[in-house]
Design a protein. Structure first.
Lengths: 438, 315
C-alpha cells in the first residue's frame, strides 16, 4: 500500500499537485498572447454561415491579402458584447474589434468608458476610393446617432428600421395608397377585419419588444420623438399626466378592444404569429427590417414584401425609428490601429454593398442600392426625420424599460389593462422605480 | 419487522475512537493531506475564491468593466425594495414548495405503483427520459404544445371545449411553467426513490401481508422509514436545484433573445437580468441576488438536514 511512500516523494507529490492546480487556475484567467503587429482579433455578433458572416469573411480574406494584416475572427453570436464585457478592464482584452447592435455597444463601451473614440476612423480614407473619408460616405444622421458627448462609439454598417409590413401582391390597393394617418389606418383595418373575419394585425405578444413597438410608436406620433424617453426618465411622473399621452395610448386600447389583433396573438410562442402572417393568416406586421429575411422561409408563394411607416398622429410629422449595427473597438485593444484600418476598408462602396446585395440589409451609405424588399423603408429613411428605436429607452434605461414599462405594456396589449389603468400604473411604478434607482 | 431492521446505537455509526494508533493508521494519517490537497486547492481556486469575489462584488456598484464603486449594502437594500425582486423571490419559493411538493407526491405514488408492476424497468426509463433531453429542447417543445393553436388546445377542441384556456397568457404562464417543471423533475426523483425501495428486503413485505397490513400501513411503517435517508438526500438535492432553475423558464417563456415577462422570473432569472439585460450591466446587484440565493440554499440545507435526521436504520 502507498502508506510506505518515502516522505520526500510525498512532499514532491504535494508540490506537484499544488503547482498543477495553480497552473490550471492561472491558465483559466489568462488571455491569448499577442505578438505579431500585423494581426487583429475580431469578435463578431454573427454566427458562422449567416449571410453577414459570409460577406465579412470574404472581405477579411481580401483585406489580409492586400494589407498583410491577419484577422483572427471568432463568430460569437449576438451575446458578443456580454462575453467581452468582463475582460474590458483587464490588461489583455481578447478582441481588437467587435461588431454588435448599437444598444449593446453603448451599454458595454460607453457607460463603462471602455470604448475607443472612433472619430479617427471617420477621418480615415477609404481604401479603393481616393479622396473619400469614412465620414464622407456615412450619412451624417447615422454618425450623429452613434456619437455621445463628442465621442463616436460606433461605425455603423447596417441600418435597421421598423415599419408595418404587408403582402403587396395580396393588398394591391394598400400598395397603391398606404395609410397616412391614424384614421386612414383604422379604416383600412376595419375593412380588412370585415373581409377576413379575424383581426388583421399580427403580433407575437410574447416578445415584449414587439408589443412595445405599438405603444411607443403611438406615443411618438402624437407627442413627437423624445417624448417617450422623457416620460421614462421623469422622476415625478408628471409627464404621464399630459392628456396627449393618454390619448395616444387610447389608440392602442382601441386596437386591442376592437379585436384588430389576430386570434391567438396573446397566447402563442414566437415566431408562430409572424409565420401565420407570412402564410396569409394576417395582413399587417409591425417589425424591423429583418422581417423579410426572418419570414421568407414560411412565406406563401408570390408574397411581395411591402411596407409603410407607422401612420402619422397629432404632430402631423412622419418620423422613422431606426437602430444600427456596426463596429466598435475596446479602449485597451492591443491592435486598435489595424482594427481601424479594417473598418475603413470594409466601408468601401463595393465591399459594403454586399451587405445589401447578399445579406439583404440597408447600409448607412446613401449611394448603395437597397434590396428590393426594403425599397419602401429606404423611401421613408430618405424623407423622414429618424430617431432611435424605442426612443432610445431600451438603450439608455433598459432597467426601467424591462421592470416598469414592459409588464404594464403587456397588460395593455393583452387587454388586461385599459389605457387609463396603463397610464396610472406606469406612473406609479415609474415614480417608485426612480425613488429606488434615481 | 423489528427482527430484521435494527437501530444501531449512534456511537457505532460515528466509527471507532481515534485512540488506536497502529503503524498502518499513522501512515494513513500521513497520507491524508497529500490526497486532500489537490482537491482542496481546486475547490478553493474554482469555488471558494469565486464565491468570495461574488460576495465582494455584491458590495459594489459595477458595470462589469471600468471602476468599481463601493456601495456597502445598497445592492441588498435595493433588492429588499424592488417589487420585481419580490415577485422573483416569491416565484422561487413557489417553485421550491409547490413544484417540489407535487414532484415528490407524484414520485412517491409512481414508486409505489411501479414497485409491483411488470415492465417497471421500461417504465422507469420512459419517465426518466425528460432528464436526458436538454431542458432547452423540452421547454421549446412545451411552448409549442401549449400555444393558442398548439396540440393541447387542438385536442381540447376535438373534445368539444370551444374556448380552451389561454395557456401562455400572462395569467396562466407561471402555472404552465410549474407543470412543466414537475414533468421534467419527476422522473429523476422517482428513479432515486425506486432505487431506495428496491433495496428493502422482500420478506418485510411478506410479513406485512401475513399480518394483514394495507397499502398505506405498508408504506407508512416499512417503505418510508427504510427509505427516509434517501428522501432526505432528495429533498436537499431538490432544494439546491429548485433555487437554481433557470433554463426552463428562460427558454420556455422568453424568445428571440428576450427575457420572459417579469411576472414569471425567479431569483436566478433576476440575477441574469441584472447583469445581462441590454442596459448597463449591474454586476453588484446580480452578485447580491446570487448571495441571497446562496444564503437560501444554505438555510434550507441546514433545516432539511435537521428535519430528516433520524437514527440510521440498518437492514
Amino acid at each position: 500500500m502507498n502508506g510506505s511512500l518515502p516522505s520526500r516523494a510525498l512532499r514532491a507529490t504535494v508540490t506537484a499537485a499544488v503547482a498543477g492546480a495553480l497552473v490550471l487556475g492561472l491558465a483559466a484567467c489568462g488571455a491569448p498572447a499577442k505578438d505579431g503587429a500585423d494581426e487583429l482579433v475580431y469578435w463578431s455578433m454573427w454566427k458562422a454561415g449567416e449571410p453577414q458572416a459570409k460577406v465579412l469573411e470574404s472581405v477579411i480574406a481580401s483585406f489580409t491579402e492586400e494589407t498583410g494584416v491577419k484577422v483572427k475572427v471568432e463568430w460569437k453570436g449576438r451575446d458578443v458584447a456580454k462575453q467581452l464585457a468582463p475582460t474590458l478592464n483587464t490588461r489583455n482584452v481578447p478582441a481588437d474589434l467587435v461588431d454588435s447592435a448599437d444598444r449593446f455597444v453603448k451599454s458595454t463601451f460607453v457607460a463603462t468608458g471602455q470604448g475607443l473614440d472612433l472619430s479617427k476612423v471617420y477621418d480615415l480614407e477609404i481604401p479603393g476610393e481616393p479622396g473619400k473619408k469614412v465620414g464622407d460616405v456615412i450619412d451624417a444622421k447615422y454618425r450623429a446617432y452613434a456619437t455621445t458627448g463628442g465621442t463616436s462609439w460606433l461605425v455603423p454598417y447596417e441600418v435597421l428600421a421598423e415599419q408595418i409590413w404587408y403582402d403587396g401582391n395580396a393588398l394591391k390597393d394598400v400598395a397603391g395608397a398606404p395609410p397616412q394617418t391614424w384614421n386612414d389606418f383604422v379604416a383600412l383595418l376595419d375593412k380588412r377585419k370585415a373581409a377576413r373575419g379575424d383581426g388583421p394585425l399580427a403580433l407575437d405578444a410574447d416578445i415584449a419588444d414587439y408589443s412595445a413597438f405599438w405603444t411607443y410608436h403611438a406615443i411618438l406620433r402624437d407627442l413627437g420623438p423624445g417624448a417617450f424617453g422623457a416620460a421614462a426618465t421623469d422622476k415625478t411622473g408628471a409627464k404621464f399626466d399630459d392628456p396627449r399621452f393618454l390619448t395616444a395610448v387610447r389608440k392602442i386600447e382601441q386596437l386591442v378592444k376592437g379585436g384588430y389583433f389576430v386570434t391567438g396573438y396573446d397566447g402563442s410562442k414566437f415566431p408562430a404569429i409572424q409565420q401565420k402572417w407570412a402564410t396569409g393568416g394576417a395582413d399587417f406586421l409591425l417589425l424591423g427590417t429583418f422581417a423579410p429575411s426572418e419570414t421568407k422561409p414560411s412565406a406563401k408563394e408570390g408574397f411581395e414584401y411591402r411596407s409603410f411607416p407607422f401612420p402619422k398622429g397629432a404632430t402631423g410629422q412622419q418620423t422613422q425609428e431606426i437602430s444600427l449595427i456596426g463596429f466598435a473597438i475596446p479602449a485597451r485593444a492591443g491592435h486598435a490601429e489595424q482594427a481601424q484600418k479594417f473598418i475603413a476598408y470594409f466601408m468601401n462602396k463595393q465591399r459594403l454593398s454586399r451587405i445589401a446585395s447578399e445579406a439583404n440589409n440597408i447600409t448607412p451609405r446613401a449611394d448603395i442600392e437597397v434590396p428590393a424588399v426594403l425599397a419602401d423603408v429606404k423611401k421613408t429613411l430618405d424623407t423622414a426625420e429618424t430617431h432611435a428605436a424605442l426612443d432610445g429607452v431600451k438603450m439608455d434605461h433598459a432597467d426601467w424599460y424591462t421592470k416598469v414599462f414592459q409588464p404594464v405594456n403587456t397588460e395593455l396589449l393583452t387587454g388586461k389593462a385599459t389605457a387609463a389603468e396603463f397610464v396610472a400604473r406606469l406612473k406609479a411604478a415609474s415614480v417608485d422605480f426612480w425613488k429606488l434607482n434615481g | 419487522m423489528a427482527a430484521t431492521a435494527v437501530r444501531e446505537p449512534r456511537a457505532a455509526v460515528r466509527g471507532p475512537a481515534p485512540a488506536a494508533q497502529s503503524p498502518l493508521a499513522r501512515r494513513r494519517r500521513r497520507l491524508f493531506w497529500p490526497f486532500i490537497v489537490p482537491a482542496l486547492v481546486l475547490y478553493v481556486v474554482f469555488y471558494v475564491l469565486p464565491t468570495l469575489a461574488t460576495a465582494w462584488i455584491s458590495l459594489n456598484k459595477w458595470a462589469g468593466a471600468g471602476p468599481m464603486e463601493f456601495a456597502g449594502f445598497d445592492n441588498y437594500r435595493r433588492l429588499l425594495l424592488d417589487p420585481v425582486f419580490h415577485d422573483s423571490f416569491r416565484n422561487t419559493l413557489t417553485i421550491l414548495f409547490v413544484v417540489g411538493g407535487a414532484t415528490f407526491a407524484i414520485s412517491f405514488v409512481l414508486t409505489m405503483v411501479l414497485r409491483d408492476l411488470a415492465g417497471r424497468k421500461a417504465v422507469r426509463a420512459i419517465i426518466f427520459f425528460p432528464n436526458i433531453v436538454s431542458g432547452i429542447v423540452l421547454s421549446i417543445l412545451w411552448g409549442f404544445l401549449f400555444q393558442a393553436d398548439g396540440v393541447v388546445n387542438q385536442a381540447l377542441r376535438a373534445f368539444g371545449v370551444s374556448h380552451p384556456p389561454n395557456w401562455l397568457g400572462t395569467e396562466n404562464l407561471f402555472s404552465v411553467i410549474m407543470i412543466g417543471l414537475v414533468w421534467v423533475q419527476t422522473g429523476f426523483y422517482t428513479t432515486i426513490l425506486m432505487a431506495a425501495v428496491d433495496r428493502i428486503p422482500k420478506d418485510l413485505y411478506e410479513v406485512c401481508d401475513l399480518e394483514g397490513a394495507n397499502a398505506w400501513q405498508r408504506f407508512r411503517h416499512v417503505t418510508l422509514p427504510l427509505m427516509w435517508d434517501v428522501v432526505g438526500v432528495c429533498a436537499v438535492l431538490w432544494s439546491i436545484n429548485a433555487i437554481k432553475i433557470f433554463e426552463f423558464v428562460y427558454a420556455f417563456a422568453g424568445a428571440a433573445g428576450q427575457l420572459p415577462p417579469t411576472k414569471v422570473w425567479n431569483t436566478a432569472l433576476y440575477a441574469y437580468a441584472e447583469a445581462f439585460s441590454s442596459g448597463v450591466p449591474k454586476y453588484g446587484s446580480a452578485a447580491a441576488t446570487g448571495m441571497v440565493m446562496l444564503a437560501l440554499v444554505g438555510l434550507l440545507v441546514v433545516v432539511l438536514r435537521r428535519l430528516f435526521r433520524r437514527d440510521q436504520v440498518q437492514f
